[in-house]
Write a protein that binds this ligand. Sequence first.
Ligand code: 5GP
Ligand code: MN
Length: 335
Amino acid sequence: MFTPAELLEINTLLVPENKIVILTHYNPDGDAIGSSLGLKHYLKAKGIHAEVIVPNDFPKFLKWMPEAKKIFIAEYKRKMASDLIHEADVIFCLDFNSPSRIGLLGDWLTHARGKKILIDHHQQPEAFDFVYSDTVIPATCQMIYHFIEAMGDEKLVDKDVAECLYTGIMTDTGGFRFRSTSATTHRIVANLIEKGADPAVITSNTWDTNTVSRLHLLALILGRIQVARDGKVAILYLTREELKEYGFQKGDTEGFVNYGLSIIGVKMAAFFMEDLYDDFIKISFRSKDDMDVNQFSRKYFSGGGHINAAGGKSNESLPETIETFKSRIEGEENL
Ligand code: 5GP
Ligand code: MN
């Protein structure tokens, strides 16, 4: 948590006269959108207006969240997003650890004059004016709750705040399953339910959103899932042609990589996907126990993230990327 002195200083910044923006990472997920909107609604309950800005669009299954439609998507509203960031007195940076993770917002953030407040749970954060980083907490949404508590404002958690924070905790813990899900996480979730978050409604809005084409895409990749390194590594992939053929929509492949990790004996899963427009491969890594995919991805695939969930990219072709990956895992000690 921020130190008491930092909290006092942050408190003096959070006043209606100040312009406040909230930024989150490229390809925003449930935790990114949930923490940003959760913070926005908390500030609103405090009488303070804030704008949420994201680098690019986010999946339809997150657009039911209160005020999700008011988020500025910089790729569509470049000038407005840039002006808001440059004019801001306070810039909250949520669920990312480096300006390199926020696409076109990165340069604007670096040159902005506002005070930069980081709240994030990814490994190896860079410097910001105020840093609340905790890599053991499973979701930035949980950290927003701790921040609200530290500000002495738990009473301001209303239904809107609760729904947003619940969503991010639910998605980043894979439905309260992943390793850093703690008793504290569950206590906070219980509070959020009491404040109005409805688990059945939120789960249904977020996860019962399959389209037939998404399930066909899933069937395709599950039909050819491979294992390597004596059954300890699962490999999944999708080509651009296939994405086009199945009418790919943003978010359609969310969670696919987890099927790899569910295979008995598998300690690491990698999902390789050709980008729909640009010439690169987007990679998702997931792992168990001490197989550190943050380090692995930083070392070999210009990426990063968490110990057990990370992303990366490659400029080689899809078959070359998979071959390179197979040779890299040969030398991995933690497999
Ligand atoms: P995903 O596989 O769901 O895209 O990402 C898994 C985790 O790794 C997320 O927490 C995400 O923020 C992080 N991540 C994804 N891609 C990158 C990347 O290229 N660089 C870094 N540093 N983190 C990434
Ligand atoms: Mn997160």
